[in-house]
Write a protein that binds this ligand. Structure first.
Ligand code: AHR
Length: 628
């Protein structure tokens, strides 16, 4: 018998619970949520024709890569296609192919310039994997100055691994840059926007916050390739491409073609956060490159540009038209401030070097924007020396929010459900910023998003919920992974070029988020919190918005659990609902061929004299809601 004291509020659940961690890892941005289909559209990847193949058909010609670094340092390369006779072509392979949908309208655009005296035209062909044309358009770029040209056409067939061919026809020479292909239908139908199906999955989480842009890419392997938000806004042809920190050979998986084009930049992140009702949480580089790689440091007397980026970002997000950066935001189409209140200083940094840089940021940001709450990293290892040092130091410095990361075994998650029970209630708040149960070992390519991992996360999260006065934010990581281009597993959402599926872990996050309630109330067994007795983990909240009691109960045992929840202090209705996420096989996973192997099922549940008596399945996560 479990007792719930519905009239005894223990803590308030913050609106920021539960959120999203977004990083451009596993092709999450380029080749993923950013709907651009052309890979290396501005010829900045190395080699410059990566993703492109030259096609010579009934004629002679060639392609030259031109570097105009002096004139356009942020977008130095373009190509000249010379057609000596007939036509000369180039094919683009897309990001592991191009996902094309029958009946969808595609918008092709290019920056082009004719050489004097030439009259080259451009034919565009969309092809399926067998080379059959499934969409076509034609352009006649006539100007000898750079100009954007575009054409729309409808695809005649669906194809996961399509490609795009350009034919330059008529004798002459034509310069091309920013070769682009987008579906018309994007998230909110914004031209050149985001994949609607993938953003919808984020919206369906009803997240409390959106953390961006990472992760290690904030830091870069070296400082030159850190994420710089100012280079990620405005005209897309002026956003300087860099190599992605996750461009790598990972245990024989090749993603050595991974670059950041910043089509998904800070403006798009802020807009997405606003669209899905999440608080924006940008993480900024604090003068430290990834300490797992070069660990380069900006000298203390050269920290200014890093700090200025942080200060200017707050002005960009919140400033009025009287401010330089506020004016820029308004000119980009967003008059209303984004109401930024949270910012992370550094990602997974450690050591004295972090502390001294953090102090500079903290002092300057708080002096100018006292309302800002700063997120500080306490390192990648929740039990190690780095964590102890940072945790103690930041507590001494009265830091606002500490960002803890844990990629551990399912058993660790079960064993650590009481992790926050004894945290200092008056100290910094906790952001469980990156966590995921690893079925094999951290970053093993054999890790699976299986039910055992998801269930252990659900059990652990009862501890986050019970400690809502300390734990204010939490996010699973990483978020997205392309089935043909990932570096890290497990991940919350898997996608290909045409669609996506939610993992059991996604449904756990979603059930928590949709049922986060507003106030924690005690749920006990023999007057103790339910933290693993007979494999049971449980917590309860009230939802003041709907006037409901919400119970979460995870049965990690292989036998069914006969339970009786006795609700005291408030009268509850005679019927409610129970949503169950369950599978008898701990190894069960969702996949493209079986998307709902582990997915929530909802049904009614009876209440007799304020008692909810039921039998909960083995290996199950249950959410009961009853009106009061
Ligand atoms: O989520 C993958 C990586 O794990 C993140 O980039 C980093 O912060 C952590 O080490």
């Amino acid at each position: 018998t479990y007792v719930i004291k519905a009239d005894s509020i223990k803590a308030h659940v913050k609106s920021t619970m539960y959120g999203i961690f977004f990083e451009d890892i596993n092709m999450a941005a380029d080749g993923g949520v950013y709907a651009e289909l052309v890979k290396n559209r501005s010829f900045e990847f190395i080699p410059n024709l990566m993703g492109w193949t030259e096609l010579n058909k009934s004629g002679e010609g060639n392609v030259e890569v031109i570097n105009r670094a002096k004139e356009r340092p942020e977008n130095p390369h373009f190509i000249t296609v010379n057609v000596k006779s007939g036509q000369y072509g180039l094919a683009n392979e897309g990001f592991r192919g191009m996902g094309i949908k029958k009946g969808e309208t595609y918008s092709f655009s290019v920056l082009a310039r004719q050489h004097t005296g030439s009259k080259a035209t451009l034919a565009v062909e969309l092809k399926n994997a067998k080379g059959v044309v499934i969409g076509r358009g034609e352009l006649k770029p006539d100007a000898t100055d750079w100009k954007r040209y575009s054409v729309k056409f409808t695809a005649a067939a669906t194809e996961e691994k399509g490609s795009l061919t350009l034919w330059a026809k008529n004798t002459g020479a034509i310069d091309l840059d920013m070769v682009s292909l987008f579906p018309e239908h994007t998230w909110k139908n914004r031209p050149g926007g985001l994949r609607a199906d993938l953003v919808q999955k984020l919206a369906d989480l009803k997240p409390g916050f959106l953390r961006f842009p990472g992760g290690c890419i904030v830091e870069g392997r070296e400082l030159a390739n850190r994420y710089q938000w100012k280079k990620s806004i405005g005209d897309i042809d002026k956003r300087e491409n860099i190599i992605n920190r996750w461009n790598m050979e990972f245990k024989h998986r090749l993603t050595t073609d991974y670059y950041q084009t910043f089509g998904l930049g800070f403006m798009e992140y802020f807009l997405t956060a606003e669209d899905i009702g999440a608080e924006p949480l940008p993480i900024l580089n604090c003068g430290m490159a990834c300490q797992f790689n070069t660990g380069q440091l900006a000298p203390m007397d050269e920290l200014d540009p890093y700090l200025q980026d942080a200060l200017d970002l707050i002005e960009f997000a919140n400033g009025s038209s009287d401010t330089k950066w506020g004016k820029l935001r308004i000119s980009l189409g967003h008059a209303k401030p984004f109401n930024l209140k949270l910012m992370g200083v550094g990602n997974e940094q450690w050591g004295e070097q972090y502390i001294e840089r953090w102090k500079v940021f903290e002092k300057a940001i708080k002096a100018k924007y006292p309302y800002m709450k700063l997120v500080s990293s306490v390192g990648p290892d929740p039990d190690g020396e780095k964590f102890t040092f940072l945790n103690t130091t930041f507590r001494g410095l009265n830091a606002d929010i500490l960002d803890e990361h844990y990629y551990r075994s399912p058993q660790w998650f079960l064993d650590n459900v009481k992790r926050y029970d004894n945290y200092d209630r008056k100290g910094p708040k906790i952001f469980a910023g990156e966590y995921a149960a690893q079925s094999v070992a951290i970053a093993s390519p054999d890790n699976k998003n299986n039910w055992q991992c998801a269930m252990s996360e659900a059990a652990f999260m009862t501890g986050l919920e019970r400690n809502a006065d300390v734990v204010n934010m939490a996010s699973y990581a990483p978020l997205f992974a392309h089935v043909d281009g990932w570096q890290w597993t497990p991940d919350l959402i898997w996608f290909n070029n045409l669609g996506s599926y939610a993992t059991p872990n996604y449904y756990v996050q979603q059930l928590y988020s949709l049922n986060k309630g507003t106030d924690v109330v005690p749920l006990t067994l023999n007057q103790a919190a339910v933290t693993g007795q007979d494999g049971a983990f449980a917590s309860a909240v009230l939802d003041a918005n709907t006037n409901e009691l919400v119970i979460k109960f995870i049965n990690t045992a292989k036998a069914a659990a006969s339970v009786n929840f006795v609700v005291k202090g408030k009268k509850i209705n005679s019927a409610g609902t129970i949503t169950t996420l369950q599978n008898g096989d701990l190894a069960a996973v969702n996949s493209f061929s079986n998307m709902n192997a582990v997915s929530p099922k909802k049904q009614g549940i009876a209440v007799v004299s304020n008692n909810i008596k039921t039998v909960l399945k083995p290996y199950s996560f249950n959410v009961i809601r009853v009106k009061m």
